[in-house]
Ligand binder design. Structure first.
Ligand SMILES: [Zn+2]
Length: 336
């Protein structure tokens, strides 16, 4: 595929759609900012706004990430939002993060494990599970084994909603990302089948399928949901602050501040102490000004601006489809 064609396809896929789908379900994006945003072959984009009260009370979500920094990078605002709106949340990490960070292999595993615990805490998640597969090597594991482990957790925790990588996003280079995503996708529906791993049922578990999926991606994606994370952007900063071992957040603000000071310079936006510098760096550079360079995705501010929001995250969302048969029966059934 030549670059021109590839660029067009990428734009089409990334941009998603706004209201006003045409006769073939293809909608023109009439973004508020007036930027050319392309087309996408999906339904209308849903803007998920903050909800009052605890509308998700009784529901369970799992944020599933290969590495300690994936959810903080791409979905921490949405996880914090859903938890604050009543979800009970869990964090599942599939790799052991042994390759990302300084020090020996063992030291790297331990410090990422501590970071991962801090991420769960920052996002208000109840408990974390680490599957411990070797970092960068998930394409060599038994996917069937990992699927059974995830099905077990879906049934045990009664997970209704999953937030993870998009299993169908092209140009994803990291095997930990795409293998985790594809195994999660299969586990979500298979967990609801009573003939898959029936020994789980003998142990007291029940079939339980995942009803809602929020998928994020680093590359082109069919975006159909934009989540307003403005009230939770500081929680997202907190989650990225926790990733000191490998994340592009962590202590980088303080390091930048001291590098500039050595050159007799300072950036007013970073404030006047290290903790403020770390937080402001994550909020203004990592999530916004230098997002493309540091995270490989568009700025959260830019994503939001397109829809009149201050900060936003983009997803391909898959939820339950309403039964039109049930609705038809309710509206048309008559006594015998
Ligand atoms: Zn990752």
């Amino acid at each position: 595929m030549n670059m021109q064609r590839r660029g067009f396809v990428a734009q089409v896929l990334v941009s998603g759609v706004l209201a006003g789908a045409g006769p073939h379900g293809i909608a023109q994006n009439n973004s508020a900012a007036g930027k050319p945003s392309g087309l996408a072959l999906s339904g209308d984009i849903v803007i998920e706004r903050p909800l009052s009260g605890q509308p998700h009370s009784g529901k369970v979500l799992a944020a599933i990430q290969p590495h300690a920094d994936d959810i903080p990078f791409f979905a921490a605002g949405t996880v914090a939002k859903l938890v604050s709106e009543g979800y009970t949340g869990y964090l599942i990490r599939t790799s052991n993060d042994e390759k990302a960070g300084s020090g020996t292999l063992g030291e790297t595993i331990l410090s990422n494990e501590r970071d991962n615990e801090a991420v769960a805490k920052a996002l208000g998640l109840q408990k974390l599970f680490s599957l411990g597969y070797r970092n960068h090597q998930l394409d060599g594991i038994s996917r069937e084994e990992m699927r059974e482990r995830l099905i077990f957790l879906i049934r045990l925790l009664k997970i209704d909603t999953v937030i993870s990588y998009d299993p169908w996003s092209p140009y994803e280079e990291n095997p930990d990302h795409y293998v985790t995503a594809q195994v999660v996708e299969a586990a979500c529906w298979m967990a609801g089948m009573d003939k898959d791993y029936p020994e789980h049922l003998s142990a007291g578990l029940l079939p339980h399928s995942v009803q809602e999926r929020y998928y994020f991606a680093r590359g082109p994606q069919l975006v159909n949901r934009i989540v307003d994370i403005a009230p939770w952007v500081d929680k997202k900063v907190e989650a990225n602050l926790a990733n000191k071992t490998q994340g592009a957040g962590g202590d980088n603000g303080a390091r930048l501040r001291s590098r500039l000071a050595a050159q007799k310079l300072r950036l007013p936006i970073l404030g006047s102490d290290d903790d403020t510098a770390n937080r402001e760096y994550i909020k203004h550079f990592f999530l916004d000004i230098d997002s493309k360079h540091l995270r490989g995705v568009r700025s959260d501010r830019e994503v939001g601006r397109q829809y009149g929001l201050e900060w936003a995250e983009a997803f391909h969302y898959i939820g339950p489809a309403e039964s039109m048969l049930d609705r038809y029966i309710a509206e048309h059934a008559v006594p015998l």
